[in-house]
Design a protein around this ligand. Structure first.
Ligand code: 2HG
Ligand code: ZN
Length: 464
C-alpha cells in the first residue's frame, strides 16, 4: 500500500531539512512498504511526464539533499517503512538490513548478536541506513572503521526505470568488474533508490580508554595525533577536536552538558582521544604513550576519563550541532584537507576573514584524525544585536553567504582539500560543486547520470 500524507503539519515534517534552511512543496509524500512498491512507484513516475522523485531517509542530512523544490512536481519517497533487518550472519560478520532502519535500531540489534555495527553519529535516533549510504556518511568512528562506503558490502537498489538490482552480496572480495555499489553510495539518490544493504560487522570493543586532552593549538593537536598513531600502531578508536568557540556554543545553550573539568579560559584546542583498553593491557609500551601525553609542548592538560566522564565529554562533543541550530544561521562548512595542511589553511582563512568580517567567528570542530573540519562561520558570534541575532544573521547571510562560502572553498582548493568530507553536496553546495569541479569530472558525472537516469527523474535538482 502507498500512503499519501495530506495534512500540512505532517507533510511539513518531510518538506523541511533538519537545519530548516530548505523548504519545499512536495506533491505528496509516499511511504512504500517494500522494494516492490518502491519499484512500482518509480515505474509510474518514469511513465508520467513532468514528475520527479526525492528519496528520503531520516531527513537528518545537513546539505538539503532530501528536500523537494517548491513547484509541487516532486514526490518524496520516504523509506521509513522499509525497516526490516533481513539477516545477521554471525560467522560471516555481516548484516542485511532495509534502508529505513535507523542507526540506533541497527546498533541495538547487532549488540544483541554480540557483534558491533561501526557507524555512529549524533543523529543516530533518526538517521537511516539508506540515507547514510546515499550520502556516504562518516561520523565519530571513521578513524577505525572507515565511512559508510568502507563498511558496505552490497546494495539492493531500484533503478530510475523501476528495475530492481539485487546486489546484496556479503563478500569481502569480489573482483568481477565495476564496483557498482560504489556508484550509488554517495550519489545522494540521483542514480537509484537504495532499499537495502549488506554491511560489515565487527567485534565490540569491550573496554576503552577515553582521554580528554588540551593542546595549545591546532598544530600541536595534529602532532599529538601523529605521535599517538605511531605509538599505538594506529590502534585509535577516535580523535576528535573542538576549538573554544564550539565549547562556548554548548555552554551558551546547554550549560549542563559541559563537564566541570572543561574550563574554557584560554584558546586551547580540546581533543577526545580514545583507544581500546587492550592496547595498554597487551603491553604495547604504556610508558611511551604517557611520554606523549606528558609532553607539555603538545599537550597542556590530559585527563583519563572514568566511564561517566567519558560519556560526558562525548555528550559535549555531540551537542555542538544542536547548540548551533539553537544559536541561529551559520555558513556550515564540512571540509576535508590533508591533515598536514590544516594549520596553514586555518591561518590563511582566519587572517582573511579577520579583515573582511571582523564581527564574525569560525566555530571549528570535528574529526581531526580524518582531516575533516566542521568549519562553520557565524557572522556575529559574540555580538549583542538590537534586532535579534537570528534575524540579523539571516539578513546578513542573504547577501553574503555565497561570497563567504566561495572564499572558504577557494582556500580549500588552494590547500588541496574537498568542499565536503561527509555531509555531501545536496542543494547547499551544488553551485560550488559545479564551480570547482573540473570539466572532466563534471562530464563523467553527467554521463553516468544520463546513462542510468535519462529522463532525470531521480533527485534532479541536486549535486551538479
Ligand atoms: C558532527 O560531526 C556532524 O557533529 C555535524 O557532522 C557537524 O554541525 C556540524 O557542522
Ligand atoms: Zn561530522
Amino acid at each position: 500500500m502507498v500512503t499519501g500524507v495530506n495534512e500540512f503539519s505532517e507533510i511539513e515534517h518531510f518538506s523541511i531539512d533538519w537545519r530548516k534552511k530548505f523548504y519545499g512543496k512536495p506533491l505528496a509524500v509516499l511511504f512504500p512498504k517494500d522494494v516492490n512498491e518502491v519499484s512500482c512507484l518509480i515505474t509510474l513516475v518514469n511513465r508520467t511526464a513532468g514528475l520527479s522523485i526525492v528519496p528520503q531517509g531520516g531527513n537528518t542530512g545537513l546539505a538539503g539533499g532530501a528536500t523537494p523544490n517548491n513547484e509541487g512536481n516532486q514526490l518524496i519517497i520516504s523509506l521509513k517503512r522499509l525497516n526490516l533487518v533481513r539477516a545477521v550472519d554471525f560467522f560471516n560478520r555481516t548484516l542485511i538490513a532495509e534502508a529505513g532502519c535507523t542507526l540506533i535500531e541497527l546498533q541495538k540489534v547487532i549488540e544483541k548478536s554480540k557483534l558491533y555495527f561501526p557507524l555512529d553519529f549524533s543523529s543516530r535516533n533518526s538517521a537511516s541506513l539508506g540515507g547514510l549510504l546515499a550520502t556516504n556518511a562518516g561520523g565519530l568512528s571513521v578513524l577505525k572503521y572507515g565511512t559508510a562506503k568502507d563498511c558496505c558490502l552490497g546494495l539492493e537498489v531500484v533503478l530510475p526505470n523501476g528495475e530492481i538490482w539485487n546486489g546484496l552480496k556479503t563478500l569481502r572480495k569480489d573482483n568481477s568488474g565495476y564496483s557498482l555499489k560504489d556508484l550509488f553510495i554517495g550519489s545522494e539518490g540521483t542514480l537509484g533508490v537504495i532499499t537495502a544493504a549488506s554491511m560489515r560487522l565487527f567485534s565490540p570493543v569491550e573496554e576503552k580508554y577515553t582521554y580528554f586532552v588540551k593542546t595549545p593549538n591546532l598544530a600541536s593537536a595534529i602532532e599529538l595525533f601523529g605521535q599517538i598513531c605511531h605509538k599505538t600502531q594506529d590502534n585509535i578508536l577516535a580523535f576528535e577536536f573542538m576549538e573554544k568557540n564550539a565549547i562556548d556554543l554548548v555552554t551558551r545553550h546547554f550549560p549542563e552538558r559541559v563537564p566541570h573539568f572543561i574550563k574554557q579560559d584560554t584558546n586551547y584546542v580540546s581533543c577526545i582521544v580514545e583507544f581500546p583498553a587492550t592496547y595498554q593491557k597487551e603491553g604495547c609500551n604504556i610508558n611511551s604513550l604517557s611520554e606523549v601525553f606528558l609532553n607539555k609542548r603538545i599537550c597542556s592538560y590530559q585527563k583519563k576519563c572514568s566511564e561517566k566522564e567519558g560519556k560526558e565529554v562525548w555528550c559535549l562533543r555531540e551537542s555542538i550541532t544542536f547548540a548551533s541550530a539553537k544559536d541561529g544561521p551559520q555558513v556550515k562548512n564540512d571540509i576535508s584537507l590533508p591533515i598536514s595542511k590544516i594549520p596553514d589553511f586555518v591561518k590563511h582563512i582566519t587572517r582573511k576573514f579577520n579583515q573582511l568580517y571582523p564581527d564574525g567567528s569560525f566555530i571549528n570542530f570535528g574529526h581531526i584524525g580524518d582531516g575533516n573540519l566542521h568549519f562553520n562561520f557565524a557572522p556575529f558570534f559574540n555580538k549583542v544585536l538590537t534586532k535579534g541575532k537570528a534575524a540579523e544573521t539571516a539578513d546578513f547571510l542573504q547577501n553574503k553567504e555565497e561570497t563567504i562560502r566561495g572564499l572558504i572553498n577557494d582556500a580549500v582548493v588552494l590547500y588541496d582539500g574537498s568542499i565536503t568530507a561527509e555531509h555531501g553536496i545536496g542543494r547547499l553546495r551544488k553551485s560550488e560543486n559545479v564551480r570547482l569541479k573540473s570539466d572532466v569530472e563534471l562530464e563523467m558525472m553527467r554521463k553516468i547520470k544520463h546513462s542510468l537516469d535519462p529522463k532525470n527523474i531521480l533527485n534532479p535538482e541536486i549535486l551538479f
